[in-house]
Design a protein around this ligand. Structure first.
Ligand code: ADP
Ligand code: UDP
Length: 244
């Protein structure tokens, strides 16, 4: 058995040192958390589903020319990824009002927004990931203007692309969260899409019934999370071994 060093354990994933310089291994756990980890559970098979679904989506995003950290899936729970310096900003994209924006701004869940709304949150669990403006990102040096422009343009392209991809399988992409990071490529710094895109960090509603097919099934105690994630995988044409 090869010994590898654990670098970080997060709420949903563990990060290990990769086999070569500049690489990491991302391990998908079955842990589910919500409300800044105040609510916790283990949902057998969730990590495997997210690993396969995120692989599928990262590959698709790469195909439209947006660079991502994804290198290859190693097994049911692990991916080889490029090691990035994570930009400590969560980019939240909203097409339809749901989740935290509803109580924050007094908007009813399910209201379609007149345009795509991009919000930024500081990635800091101790502070509860507070919402910030682009000006905060520049002022505090979390990213520079060029990086922020790349992030913003890539985010809008990813939203357009994924909205269409999910529409094609009868699913509405309500909102989602992205993370980006930097890597040194030859003599310049490149900004790449990082982390994961899965039903853990997207809101996905069935187009016919508006049934929730994402982590809100856990947040709101609706049950049937694995069935919903399996159905997303099935519709995407991703075959995932059943570990539930
Ligand atoms: P959290 O840290 O919010 O609890 P996770 O459990 O998903 O989240 O842990 C994964 C961690 O790995 C996150 O902090 C994420 O920012 C980080 N990460 C994702 N992709 C990369 C990458 N390519 N390089 C370095 N760190 C990454
Ligand atoms: N999101 C996420 N991680 C976070 C916060 C949000 O993946 O730390 C995702 C969430 O799954 C949803 C979108 O970003 O798809 C918008 O989330 P919201 O701000 O409504 O927060 P939440 O409902 O998680 O409180």
């Amino acid at each position: 058995m090869i010994e590898r060093q654990q670098l970080y354990e997060g709420k949903a994933k563990v990060i290990f040192e990769g086999p070569e310089d500049g690489t990491l291994i991302q391990f998908f756990k079955d842990d589910a958390t919500a409300f800044n980890a105040k609510k916790k559970d283990i949902i057998k098979g969730k990590g495997v589903l997210n690993n396969y679904i995120s692989e599928h989506i990262m590959r698709a995003v790469e195909q439209i020319g947006i660079p991502t950290h994804f290198l290859k899936r190693l097994n049911n729970r692990e991916q080889l990824i490029r090691k990035l310096e994570i930009i400590p900003v969560e980019i939240v994209v909203r097409n339809v009002a749901a989740g935290s924006i509803c109580p924050r701004l007094g908007i009813e869940e399910g209201v379609a927004l007149p345009n795509t709304l991009v919000e930024f949150c500081l990635k800091d669990d101790r502070l509860g990931d507070p919402i910030i403006a682009a000006e905060h990102i520049i002022t505090f040096g979390w990213a520079n203007t060029d990086e922020l422009n790349v992030i913003y343009e890539d985010t809008l392209r990813i939203n357009d692309f994924l909205t269409g991809l999910f529409h094609g399988i009868g699913v509405r992409l309500i909102d989602f969260k992205l993370e980006f990071g930097r890597a040194q490529s030859n003599d310049r710094v490149e900004v790449l899409l990082a982390d994961e895109i899965s039903p853990d960090n997207c809101r996905l509603w069935d187009a016919q019934s508006n049934k929730k097919m994402d982590k809100d099934r856990f947040r709101r105690d609706l049950g049937g999370l694995i069935d919903a994630y399996q159905e997303i995988a099935r519709r995407l044409g991703v075959s995932v071994p059943d570990m539930s």
